[in-house]
Ligand binder design. Sequence first.
Ligand SMILES: [Zn+2]
Length: 404
Amino acid sequence: MIGLKPIHESIYKFLLIFICILVACGAQKQDRDVSMLAMKHHIVKKGENLELILNTIVPRPTTTAIIDALSKGGFPFRKCLPGDSIEIHTKNDTFIELMYHQSRTSEYYVMNNQHHYAVAMKLPYIDTTLCLLRGEITSTLYESMLEQGETPNLVYRFVDVFAWEIDFVTDTRKADSFYILFEKTFCDSQFVGYQNIIAAYYKGEVGDYVGISYRDPDGREDYYNLKGESLRKSLLKSPLRFSYISSYFSKRRYHPILKVWRPHHGLDYVAPVGAPVSSIGNGTVTYKGWKGGYGNLVEIRHKNNFKTRYGHLSRFAKGLYKGKRVKMGELIGYVGSTGLSTGPHLHFEMHKNGVPINPLKVKIPRAPSVKKKYMAAFQERSDSLQQYIKELCDTEPKEIAQGE
Ligand SMILES: [Zn+2]
C-alpha cells in the first residue's frame, strides 16, 4: 500500500493538469465563440420590406427560411412599417436568432434550432375598461374635463352626444355637473384610445339631460333619453363647438361698421380665425363663394324648407362645391373676418320657407324613438346602467372638482 501513494499522487497531478487544460481550452473556445457572435440592428425605413432588409444581412436561402417561418407563424407583413426595429444574431455567419419589434408592443422571434426555424410572438395585451368621469364646471366644460386627466377627444364625444340638446357655447354655467360612463382601451397598460360613451349626463340651468347608448336588434344605434326618445334631431344646435355669441338675432341692431340701425338676421359666434365650422344638418350646398358683406359665404338647403348660411369665412373646406351633399356636422369652412366684419366671427343665419328665423328659438323634430317592441329591453339597459353608475358614485371617494 505504501508504494501506491506516489502513483496516486502522480495520477492526481495528471488529472489536475488535464482538467486545467480542459478548462483553459474551454475558456479559449468560449472566447473564440464570443468573437464569432455578431448582432446586426436595423430600423425599418420608408419603402423597405423585411425581405429586402434580411437579404442585406443573411444569405438568400436563410431569408427565405425566415420569411417562410414567419408566414406560418402568422406574422402580419402588412404591418411592417417604418420605425419597427430588427435585431439579427449570427454565429460564425450562421443565423441564430431574429427579434422583430413591431410598433410599440408586439415582438416576434425566429430561432434557428438546428436548421428548424421556430417562431415565437409576444402580442400586446389589449384591455378595455369601463370608466366613470364626473365633475362640475369650473371654467368651461373643456377645461373641467381636461383637469381630470382626459384628452380633448373625450370632450368632443361628450359634446356630440348632447349636440342637439345643449349648446355648450351658450348654455354652460359654473357649477353645472356632468358624468360620463365610457370605455377606455389600454395596450400593455398604455392608454391608446376611447371606445364608446355608454351613458352621459349633464345638469345645469339648461336642464337635466341623460343620454343612454342603445343598439336595437335591427342594428339601429343611437343615444336616447330616459323615455327612449332619440337625442338626435334633424339639425344641430350650433355650427361651432366652442365659442360664444356676441350678437343675437334682432329686428334692429346698430351696425358697427355701417353705423346705421338695421336688422341682424342671424347669430354672431366669436371664435378664432381657423376654427372649424360645420353644417348643422344634412343638406345640399346652394352657394359657395364671395357675397358682398358676408365675405366668403356657404349656403346650405336642408329638408323641411330650412336653409342655413355661414358668413365671413376665412376659407372653405377642401372639396366643397355648389351642389355637394353634406352631412350633419360635416366641415364646410373655417372662421374668418372676410366681408363687412369687425373681427373674427361666424355670422350664422337660418331661414324657414325663405324667411330668416331666430336659430335659438326654432323647434326641430327629433329622430325616431326606440321602437315599441324594444322598449322593455331599452328600459332594462337604462335601469341597470343607472344602477351601476349610482353604485360607482357611492363607492368612489368624492373627487368632484370644486368651484373657485
Ligand atoms: Zn352677423
